[in-house]
Design a protein around this ligand. Structure first.
Ligand SMILES: Nc1ncnc2c1ncn2[C@@H]1O[C@H](COP(=O)(O)OP(=O)(O)OP(=O)(O)O)[C@@H](O)[C@H]1O
Ligand SMILES: [Mg+2]
Length: 376
C-alpha cells in the first residue's frame, strides 16, 4: 500500500472509530518505517501506542504486545541460497518470491501484492529450514522460528491465544516467520480422535494467516503433508517439495563442499555416488564429517581413499540406502506418509489440494521434475 493510502486510512479510521482498520494501518506504518530502517520512528510509534492508556485495553494495544520471548526464537540468519542444492523449480520459486518482496512497491503501485506464504514439504534433512533461513538472509530481515512446543498448551484456549500473540508480534515488521512441524498445529479438523480444542486452534491459526500482511513471509514446513487440514493448503501461494537428492544433486553437493574444503579430494569416490542415493543432504553432511574426522585423526592425506572406505562402511550401516530408484529410502517417514496419504485420498475421493496430488509416478522421481511446485 502506498504511503498516501496509509495516511488516508489513519485519518478515516481515526475519525470513524474503526478500530480494526486503525490497528492494521498503524502496524503497516510501523512495518514500513522499519523496512526503510527508520528504527527510531518505528520504535517511537510502537511505544506511543503502548503508552496510550485508555480505560479499557484497545485492540491496538493487544496487537502491539510483545509475546513472551519463549514463543518465538529470533535466529540470526546466515544460510545463503548459494549454500543449498535446490531443484530448479524450487530455486525459481524462491527467486521469484525474493524479487516480489524486494520490488513490492512496484507491485503495489499496480494494486498487486507480493507472494508471502510458502509451505515446504519433504523428507527430513533436505533443506526446508535451511531454505526458509536463506530467504531471510537474502532479504536481510529477521528470521523468527515459532517454538511450537511452547505454543501448544494443554490448557483450554491457551494455544489459540499464544498463536495470536505470535502473529501479532510478527505483523509489526518485515520478517520471515517460520513454523517448523506445521502439522503439529494444522492437523486435520475431521480427525475424530482430536478434541474440539484442535478445531479451535486451527480456526484461530487460519484466521491469523488470512490477516497476515504480505510483508510478513510466512513459511511453514512439514514432513507429514498428509496430516494437514485441507483448508490449510489454499492459504499458501507457494507449495513445494524438497526431495531427497538424486545422483547429480549429490555430486553438486559434494562440489560445494569441496569448494569450502579444498583439501578434500574425492574425485575417485565420485564414481560411487549412486550408492548414496536414498540419503538426505543432512546424512551426506554427516558422512563428509566422518571422512574429515578420519583424515585428521589417522593423519591420512589421501582423502579420496578415506572417503571410499567410509562410504562402504556407511552403506553397510545404512542398509536401506542406495535403493535410489525413486529417490526415497524405503523406510523413511516420508514414504510411509505418502503411502498413508494414498489410502486417505482413496477414501476422500478426488481433490485438488497438493496433499492429494502427491503420489503420481512422475512425482515420485527424485529429480528437478519431482520438485512439486504449485503456484497460485
Ligand atoms: N538442499 C540442501 N542443500 C545443501 N545442504 C542441505 C540441503 N538440505 C539440507 N542440507 C544440509 O542438511 C542440514 C539439515 O537441513 P534442514 O534442517 O534444512 O532440513 P529440514 O528439511 O528442515 O529437516 P527436518 O524435516 O528434519 O526439519 C542443513 O544444515 C544442511 O547442512
Ligand atoms: Mg527443519
Amino acid at each position: 500500500m502506498a504511503r498516501s493510502d496509509l495516511l488516508l486510512n489513519l485519518v478515516k479510521s481515526g475519525l470513524n472509530g474503526e478500530r480494526e482498520l486503525f490497528t492494521k494501518t498503524v502496524e503497516a506504518v510501523i512495518a514500513e518505517e522499519r523496512a526503510k530502517s527508520h528504527h527510531v520512528l518505528a520504535d517511537s510509534l510502537t511505544k506511543a501506542t503502548l503508552q496510550h492508556k485508555p480505560v479499557r485495553e484497545t485492540s491496538v494495544q493487544v496487537l502491539l504486545k510483545v509475546p513472551s520471548a519463549e514463543l518465538l526464537l529470533e535466529k540470526q540468519p546466515d544460510v545463503e541460497l548459494s549454500d543449498l542444492v535446490l531443484p530448479t523449480a524450487v530455486q525459481t520459486l524462491a527467486s521469484q518470491l525474493i524479487e516480489e518482496q524486494q520490488r513490492a512497491d512496484l507491485l503495489r503501485s499496480y494494486n498487486l501484492e507480493p507472494r508471502s506464504r510458502v509451505i515446504l514439504t519433504g523428507p527430513p534433512g533436505n533443506g526446508k529450514t535451511s531454505l526458509a533461513e536463506a530467504i531471510a538472509t537474502t532479504l536481510c530481515v529477521p528470521f523468527y522460528v515459532v517454538r511450537y512446543e511452547k505454543v501448544v498448551n494443554s490448557y483450554l484456549g491457551e494455544t489459540a491465544k499464544r498463536i495470536q500473540e505470535v502473529f501479532q508480534y510478527a505483523r509489526l515488521r518485515q520478517c520471515v516467520l517460520f513454523f517448523d512441524e506445521f502439522d503439529a498445529l494444522a492437523k486435520e479438523r475431521e480427525d475424530r480422535q482430536e478434541s474440539g480444542e484442535i478445531k479451535r486452534v486451527l480456526n484461530s491459526l487460519l484466521l491469523e494467516v488470512d490477516r497476515l500482511p504480505s510483508y510478513v513471509i510466512l513459511i511453514a514446513a512439514t514432513n507429514h503433508p498428509e496430516l494437514l487440514d485441507r483448508a490449510v493448503w489454499r492459504r499458501f501461494q507457494i507449495r513445494t517439495t524438497l526431495p531427497l537428492p538424486n545422483r547429480d544433486q549429490i555430486a553438486r553437493w559434494f562440489d560445494l563442499l569441496a569448494k569450502r574444503y579444498p583439501q578434500l579430494n574425492i574425485s575417485k569416490a565420485k564414481r560411487s555416488f549412486s550408492s548414496l542415493m536414498g540419503s538426505s543432504y543432512s546424512e551426506l553432511h554427516d558422512l563428509a564429517q566422518d571422512v574429515m574426522r578420519r583424515c585428521v585423526l589417522d593423519g591420512e592425506v589421501n582423502s579420496d581413499r578415506v572417503f571410499q572406505k567410509e562410504m562402504k562402511l556407511w552403506i553397510l550401516n545404512h542398509p536401506k540406502k542406495g535403493i535410489g530408484k525413486n529417490g526415497h529410502a524405503a523406510d523413511s517417514n516420508f514414504s510411509k506418509a505418502r503411502n498413508s496419504r494414498t489410502s486417505k485420498e482413496g477414501r476422500r475421493g478426488a481433490g485438488s489440494s497438493p496433499a492429494k496430488r502427491g503420489t503420481t509416478r512422475r512425482e515420485n522421481r527424485t529429480s528437478d521434475s519431482a520438485a512439486r511446485a504449485s503456484v497460485r
